[in-house]
Design a protein. Sequence first.
Length: 217
Amino acid sequence: MLNAHHLQASFADQPPILDDVSLSLAPGEWVGLNGDSGAGKSTLGKLLAGHLMPQAGYVQVDGAALPARGLRPVQWLPQSPELAVNPRWRVKRILEEAWTPPYALRDAFGIEPGWLNRYPQALSGGELQRVNVLRALVPGVRYLVADEISSMLDPLTQLALWQALRQVAEARGLGVLVISHDEALLKRLCTRRLRLSEGRLHGAQSATAKAPQATSR
């Protein structure tokens, strides 16, 4: 179980962007999170993955603190994949930084062999996002925070990405927090939906998740 307990986060002298936020995510569960721009959704995602430290509160996986080094059991996938990769590395090195994804998974995520010798800036945002998501699926990862990962994709590519990710998550029992402004997408993917507003989480809506489908843009 991934648990966040009474998290508080603020920047400089501003009021807290997160104020006493608690959240649980079970293995295999898909939870949706939406909210207005600037509400703190990405900040919460970074806290859950250990990229930021809260001013108060703590995050645990199976009752233990997030590890300070080594493999992160919670992976945060940002909206802008170029921020998560080394621009001086070729795509092959980026993809295989922590593991060597099997070719069947590369095909499922639409990774073209011709991309591997290129640098990240030679790929489109959608192509690089697929590389970034597959790279994060290292054996030993337990939870994913998918932060607007399909917002830059066309409907068919979006569908393929979510279908591939769903297949891996179901096979491994991964818990997934899906952050998105697209409420229709959250309704299709997630069995529980939350909204972040004024620094706090509101309402746990239950839904029957369906197989991912392409959305119009």
